[in-house]
Design a protein around this ligand. Structure first.
Ligand code: 5GP
Length: 190
């Protein structure tokens, strides 16, 4: 069992069969040593793909994505969640939020993704795949290439992984959850 999987079992809280709370170490209070480990794992896996930029979604993706970008020695680009798109010069796509149940606009300034760039998308969770697919659409709007999607925690019983696989995207998840029940977390064995 790896460092993240152990931490999930120690400090993660399964609220119900759908939602894993990890806000003591990943997305509210953040453990920098764990983030460093996560960044290094993504670096080791994706280093061979000549990544030009790491892209994530505000706000919970930022901590693991920043360490990944640091190790890859490339910039980190944070996609913004906005209720309305008033600015010009942005790429924008609508995403359905897993945790909030509403739609939001994911936006990115056209200045920061260039045609032909190799992009690595990093996010904290993969559930239904909406956030990752939204990020992929933004990259595609810029005519850049999604070289891979790095996920900290994949809930493998939800449809996100299959949706990304169907698009033949390279997906690397550090922890895969087989099932959740209130108070019980089962990690998928490799
Ligand atoms: P998706 O778009 O794949 O359905 O969901 C991914 C996004 O929803 C992630 O960016 C994450 O912020 C949030 N999310 C999905 N499932 C969970 C969960 O079990 N726990 C937490 N804390 N966030 C989740």
């Amino acid at each position: 069992m790896n460092y993240l999987e152990k931490r999930i079992l120690k400090d993660g809280i399964a609220l119900n069969s759908d939602v894993l709370k990890v806000d003591s170490f990943l997305n509210h209070q953040v453990d920098p040593k764990l983030m460093e480990w996560i960044g290094d794992q993504f670096y080791q896996y994706f280093a061979e793909y000549e990544i030009d930029k790491v892209v994530t979604i505000e706000s919970s993706g930022i901590s693991p994505a920043l360490f990944t970008a640091y190790f890859l020695n490339v910039p980190l680009l944070v996609l913004k969640k906005q209720n309305s798109v008033l600015q010009s010069n942005v790429y924008s796509t609508t995403v359905h939020s897993f945790t909030k149940g509403n739609d939001y606009n994911l936006t990115c300034s056209k200045d920061y993704i260039k045609e032909g760039e190799n992009i690595l998308i990093i996010d904290d969770f993969l559930a239904n795949g909406e956030a990752s697919l939204g990020a992929c659409r933004i990259v595609e709007m810029a005519n850049a290439n999604v070289c891979g999607v790095g996920i900290c925690i994949e809930k493998s019983y939800q449809p996100g992984r299959e949706k990304l696989n169907n698009l033949e995207l390279r997906v690397y998840s550090l922890a895969r959850i087989e099932s959740l029940e209130k108070g019980k977390i089962k990690i998928l064995e490799k």
